[in-house]
Design a protein around this ligand. Structure first.
Ligand code: AGP
Length: 615
């Protein structure tokens, strides 16, 4: 949530900051702002420019200013404390305007800190929690006259999460950076020193970056970067080399990121599976760090996740219980941590998170570990908090996902969770090596099957989208895997098109939701060939009888379904266990088409942010 950039060096800072902010805009887009240092007389001042709305507005404003500053910080915001407004936009300044800060995260004790600061005469100009940082640093600077020491002192008062960058007019060219529970990446390029909350904003300048650990600080100057711990002692953090290309994070000729990312899914399946099957036919997921014997004692699994990642968990539950016969519960991370789940040393918690920084999921991981569970992370971001705080991790190999709606990372999650289910099945002696090998190859085949959907079903998807476009609401139904697929289909449709959608296990329709059906009401049904196919068809007949407009996702060759469906989207024949991988793809395309027909921005839906780092 929110994005931070900072630069000090030889180039014009506003250009570097705008380029970085545009790359980070997917993280939040309520407002954007920069603080730029400018020489004045013998000294320096800090100019703050902020705009409500997207980075483009800020860019136009800055284009009119003749600003040659070579040091500044910037921010794109997703509102948490305070409405989206200029006053609440970052950067925030101290009373004297000589210190400016940008911040990601939440300051839990901000009300108390603010009251204390106000009592000591500080005047606040926003409703944000961030502003306390500016005033705390101002107070500490008055005695230390050292920005690094002042930032460390301010952080010592703060309870909560922060990725922070600060500048001070009395120390021109210096940016001080701090991190606790909110990502901060720092890098040194040929033209200066860079900081961002996501590596994507500084990858043009350098591929060797330092991902700050909690409690670490960095002092950026044009000529170099100094790293310290909370006591100010110099440290030498590890350097991470980024090997993916910026092209992978740009649109590459597609009209929007969502479409580009949907089309990347055949590759994601392949990449997630590369090197996973050893020549002896056994799965190779060494990074999980548990032997077959240790896996064999696992007797209970919780999958914890949020949103789309939660839906990947629902799919995993079916596979784990079927192949490994281990009871598996899927829980919203935000619920898991507030109840008292039964956890023993033989409990495995699988935390699924694209970003690897979702606050609820992280909090649930910490809770589970304290209670003694082993935690495996499934994430898309190397070195993310979920990866670092788990005992083992599987990376989903989706590469950077920019569109706020998860698509390719969802497919990467399902493939990774399928691998985990196969591994557990093998460890429990429920699947033979031969069976695992066969299932692994079938899993790999879904890559070509997704491609076949792109090649043959676009017209059918378009027709189905036209049928939904003018609706007030839509219902997604299915059974078993089909129900899990439906939940994700409904989420995708509502998040990008703002069309209300609900998903139900098809058998539940008659217990209430069927009351919604009236002539023309769109019902999107997952009717791929599965053990419950006939039951789903019966449920659809009940909808048909009440005038619903039925859009069916059916298996290629199923002509019978046309008797009740108004529109049919065909999926290549695939084992039910893998149907989520193929059937989810047309639902993503459907959601996008409906959204475009309704004039929505599919990459940046309103009110949402890519990483949800608040609870
Ligand atoms: C997906 O389209 C959503 N934007 C959202 O539900 C997302 O899946 C959720 O916030 C969890 O994020 P994570 O995978 O990064 O933890």
């Amino acid at each position: 949530m929110c994005g931070i950039v900072g630069y000090t060096g030889l180039d014009t800072a506003k250009d570097v900051l705008i380029t970085g902010l545009k790359r980070l805009e997917y993280r939040g887009y309520d407002s954007a702002g920069v603080a730029l240092e400018r020489a004045e007389g013998d000294g320096c001042v800090v100019d703050i420019v902020r705009r409500v709305g997207k980075v483009a507005g800020l860019e136009s404003e800055l284009a009119q200013r003749d600003d040659a500053s070579t040091c500044g910080i910037g921010h794109t915001r997703w509102a948490t404390h305070g409405v989206p407004s200029v006053a609440n936009a970052h950067p925030h300044a101290s009373c004297d305007g000589r210190i400016a800060v940008v911040h990601n995260g939440i300051i839990e004790n901000f009300a108390e800190l603010r009251a204390d600061l106000e009592a000591r005469g500080h005047v606040f100009s926003s409703q944000t929690d961030t502003e306390v940082f500016a005033h705390l640093i101002e107070e500490a600077y008055a005695t230390t006259h050292d920005l690094a020491a002042a930032v460390r002192a301010a952080c010592a008062h703060v309870v909560g999460a922060y990725g922070l960058a600060a500048v001070c007019a009395d120390e021109p060219g210096v940016i001080m950076v701090a991190r606790k529970d909110s990502p901060i990446v720092v890098g040194r390029g040929e033209r200066g020193s860079y900081v961002a909350s996501d590596v994507i904003a500084l990858i043009d300048a350098t591929r060797d970056v330092v991902v700050l650990e909690d409690g670490q600080f960095a002092r950026l100057a044009p000529e170099g970067i100094e790293y310290t711990d909370a006591e100010g002692r110099l440290i030498e953090p590890a350097v991470t080399h980024i090997d993916w290309d910026i092209d992978m994070a740009e649109k590459g000729g597609y009209p929007d990121f969502m479409l580009k990312e949907i089309y990347e899914q055949p590759r994601v399946v392949r990449d997630t599976l590369v090197g996973r099957l050893a020549p002896n036919g056994e799965l190779d997921i060494d990074e999980l760090g548990l032997s077959f014997e240790e896996l064999n004692v696992i007797d209970r699994i919780y999958v914890i996740a949020c949103g789309t990642s939660y839906h990947a968990g629902l799919i995993a539950k079916n596979l784990i219980e079927s192949w490994a016969r281990i009871p598996c519960e899927v829980e919203a991370a935000s619920e898991f941590r507030y109840r008292d789940p039964i956890i023993t040393p033989s409990t495995l918690v699988v935390a699924v998170s694209q970003s690897g920084e979702t606050a609820d999921t992280l909090a649930a991981i910490r809770d589970a570990r304290i209670k003694g569970a082993k935690v495996f992370g499934i994430t898309n971001v190397i070195g993310s908090p979920v990866a670092r705080e788990s005992d083992g991790v599987i990376y989903t190999k989706a590469n950077k996902e920019i569109a706020v709606a998860s698509t390719k990372s969802f497919i990467g999650q399902i493939v990774s969770l399928t691998l985990l289910a196969l591994l557990l099945g093998q460890a429990k002696g429920r699947l033979t090596t031969g069976q695992v090998r066969m299932l692994f190859h079938e899993l790999g085949d879904t890559s070509a099957q997704i491609q076949r959907i792109f090649d043959t079903q676009l017209d059918a998807i378009h027709e189905a989208a036209c049928a939904c476009q003018g609706a007030q609401s839509a219902l997604f139904v299915g059974r078993g895997m089909g129900a899990a697929i439906s939940y994700e289909g409904a989420l995708k449709l509502k998040e990008v098109s703002y069309l209300h959608a609900e998903a139900y296990a098809a058998g539940e329709m008659k217990h209430g939701p069927i009351a919604l059906i009236e002539p023309g009401f769109p019902v999107i049904a997952v009717t791929t060939k599965s053990p419950t196919y006939d039951k789903v068809v019966s449920n659809l007949k009940e909808c048909e009888a009440r005038g619903a407009r039925i859009i069916a996702l059916a298996t290629e060759g199923d002509e019978d379904i046309r008797r009740i469906a108004d529109h049919v989207i065909y999926i290549p024949p695939v084992r039910d266990a893998f149907s989520a991988i193929t059937a989810s793809v047309p639902l993503q395309l459907l959601a996008r088409e409906v959204a475009l027909m309704r004039g929505c921005n599919v990459d940046q839906p309103r009110n949402l942010a890519k990483s949800v780092t608040v609870e």
